[in-house]
Write a protein of this length. Structure first.
Length: 336
């Protein structure tokens, strides 16, 4: 008993001594480095002690692209860390100087540029990353809906109940039968991105007349597209929208609807997204940098890798539509 009760105390004492020795050794090294080369040498020493870090945040739609690039680019000397908090949330972090690059599924707003400028994050550069077709999906068990018109999408997702809503086609509907008498008299379960999402902003712009207050709040909202996938797949009356890559990856449980933008129903495919015939839900995806972040060689190297043949093939593997060789060359010209 005396051995077992004394061992932890001894270990703690030995650990404390080792900790003091370690701290003391670091202090000696820091003093030596400062004496030998000043502050610059100090930073070089600590940079050499670990990998260079590049932080990326923003759109959950763009996340599969930059995370695929990062997984291929990373090595022991450099680590690109990718997270997602929505396009709007990502820009907030970017403007606070917490990230080097910001993923976005819509262009940066003037108010966001002003916020960045006020915080000395300037010289913002927009890089085109890929193309997406915002996709409407239902569970595989849904056999009655094959396509929806833009007006029908508006009536499903609007909060406006007046007869003049959605271009005069009518106010909000809550059941399938309200759209088509032959469809089930069942409440439609809605799943979509939260208000910090660029996908939310884009959907509001092209479907609801660019008025966020028109978007119903009676839906399951999440910045995590995988949660939306699971929600729709598990709801017999579910309907959701998110990026094409998440839709095409989950066709075992989801069915992607064709959308009629006025020229007849068109399904999202690489071809229809690239040529814009999947209208009005085809859109570009972006990555943003600043003068400060782009001055770092590791950030330049990461974006340079993104526009190589390998980076392009990774975009294709995610399910999004990659850039042409000419478009990639144009993006590379934006690097310092």
């Amino acid at each position: 008993m005396s051995r077992s009760s004394s061992t932890p105390s001894s270990s703690i004492q030995r650990g404390a001594r080792r900790g003091r020795i370690g701290v003391g050794l670091i202090a000696v090294i820091v003093v030596a480095v400062l004496a030998g080369g000043g502050i610059a040498a100090y930073y070089l020493f600590f940079r050499a002690a670990g990998p260079e870090i590049v932080r990326v945040d923003g759109s959950s739609t763009v996340f599969p692209i930059t995370s695929a690039w990062a997984a291929d680019f990373n090595d022991p000397s450099r680590q690109v860390i990718v997270a997602f908090s929505g396009t709007g949330g990502g820009f907030q972090k970017f403007c606070r100087g917490e990230t080097d690059l910001s993923d976005a599924s819509r262009p940066i707003r003037a108010s966001e540029i002003d916020d960045c400028t006020a915080r000395n994050v300037t010289g913002i550069v927009e890089f085109l990353a890929a193309y997406d077709g915002l996709s409407l999906v239902v569970p595989q068990s849904n056999t009655w809906v094959q396509s929806l018109t833009v007006s029908e999408l508006c009536r499903i997702w609007t909060s406006n109940t007046s007869a003049g809503a959605c271009g005069g086609t009518g106010g909000r509907v809550t059941t399938w039968q309200q759209l088509n008498a032959s469809w089930p008299n069942q409440a439609i379960g809605l799943y979509g991105p939260g208000t910090d999402s660029g996908t939310f902003d884009y959907f509001v712009e092209v479907i609801l007349g660019n008025d966020p207050s028109e978007h119903t709040d009676q839906y399951f909202a999440s910045e995590n597209d995988n949660e939306l996938v699971q929600g729709v797949a598990s709801d017999p009356n579910g309907l959701g929208y998110f990026g094409y890559a998440y839709a095409i990856e989950n066709t075992a449980t989801l069915r992607i609807l064709a959308i009629d933008g006025g020229a007849g129903p068109v399904s999202p495919t690489s071809a229809t997204i690239r040529d814009g015939t999947y209208a009005p839900l085809s859109r570009p995806l972006y990555v943003y940098g600043s003068a400060r972040s782009l001055s770092r060689q590791v950030v330049q190297d990461f974006l340079g890798f993104a526009y190589t043949d390998r980076g392009t093939s990774l975009v294709d593997l995610t399910g999004y539509v990659s850039l042409t060789a000419a478009e990639r060359a144009e993006q590379l010209l934006k690097l310092p």
